[in-house]
Design a protein. Structure first.
Length: 239
C-alpha cells in the first residue's frame, strides 16, 4: 500500500477531514491585516513621542538638577510610550504567525517591526500629523493631559529658571511678558542668546531660560520660540 493510501486510510479511520484552503487564506489575510494595523498604529504612537521630545526640549536635561530630572520624567508621554510598546508586541506576534514568520528570531522580529514603525512615525511627524493627532486627543478626551499642557508646566517654573508666556510689549533691552498664569513680568534680555527664528514682537509666545532676579523680574540667558500650537498661549491668556 502506498504512503498516500495509508494516510487516507488513517484519516478515514480517525474521521479526520482536510482543512479547507479558504481557512488558510482567511487566516493569512487576518494576520496580514493585524500586522499592518499594528505597524501603522505603532508608527502613529512613535510620531507623538517624537513630537513630545521636540516640544519639551529634552536637551535641557543636561542643565537640570536631580529633582528637575524627576520632574522632566513626569512630563514624558507615558500613554503613547505604552501604546507604542503594545503595538510593537502585537506586530511581532502577527509577524511570527505569518507564513514565513517562523524563519525570524524574536530579536529580528522586534528590529523589523520597530524599524517600520520608526520610519512611518518619522514621516508622519515631518508631515505634521503627530501634532494633529495629539490635538485631537487633547480636545476629545477630557482626562488626557496634552503635551502642550505638560510643556506649560515645564516652562512655568521661574524660580528654577524656566519661564514662558506672551509678549505684551518690547522695549530697548527689556520686554513685558504675561505668563500662562496671567502674571506680568519684566524680562531683561540684553545678554540673552536669541536665535534668528525668535520674533520679539507683541503677541509672540516665547520661552525663557535664566533666573528670577526679583518678584516680577526675570534675567534671561536664552530666548526660544514657543513652537507647536502658539495660539494656545493666547487663548489661555484671554480666559
Amino acid at each position: 500500500m502506498k504512503n498516500s493510501e495509508t494516510l487516507i486510510s488513517k484519516m478515514k479511520d480517525q474521521n479526520l477531514k482536510p482543512i479547507p484552503k479558504w481557512r488558510f487564506t482567511l487566516k493569512g489575510m487576518a494576520v496580514g491585516f493585524i500586522l499592518l494595523i499594528s505597524v501603522i498604529l505603532g508608527g502613529l504612537a512613535f510620531s507623538v513621542v517624537l513630537f513630545s521630545v521636540q516640544q519639551l526640549g529634552f536637551d535641557l536635561i543636561t542643565h537640570m538638577s536631580h529633582s528637575n530630572i524627576e520632574f522632566l520624567l513626569g512630563l514624558l508621554p507615558f500613554l503613547w510610550i505604552v501604546l507604542l510598546i503594545i503595538f510593537l508586541i502585537l506586530g511581532m506576534i502577527s509577524f511570527k504567525n505569518s507564513r514565513k514568520g517562523y524563519k525570524f528570531s524574536p530579536t529580528k522580529l522586534l528590529i523589523i517591526n520597530t524599524a517600520f514603525s520608526i520610519l512611518l512615525g518619522t514621516l508622519f511627524f515631518i508631515g505634521g500629523g503627530a501634532q494633529w493627532l495629539e490635538n485631537v486627543f487633547a480636545v476629545k478626551i477630557e482626562i488626557y493631559e496634552s503635551i502642550n499642557e505638560k510643556k506649560i508646566s515645564m516652562w512655568s517654573v521661574p524660580e528654577d529658571g524656566y519661564l514662558s508666556g506672551t509678549i505684551e510689549s518690547v522695549n530697548e533691552g527689556t520686554l513685558n511678558l504675561v505668563d500662562f498664569n496671567n502674571k506680568e513680568w519684566t524680562i531683561d534680555y540684553q545678554k540673552a542668546h536669541i536665535p534668528p527664528v525668535v520674533l520679539l514682537e507683541e503677541g509672540e509666545v516665547i520661552k525663557l531660560r535664566g533666573k528670577m532676579s526679583s518678584a516680577g523680574h526675570f534675567l534671561a540667558d536664552e530666548v526660544r520660540p514657543w513652537g507647536g500650537n502658539k495660539g494656545f498661549g493666547k487663548k489661555r491668556k484671554e480666559k
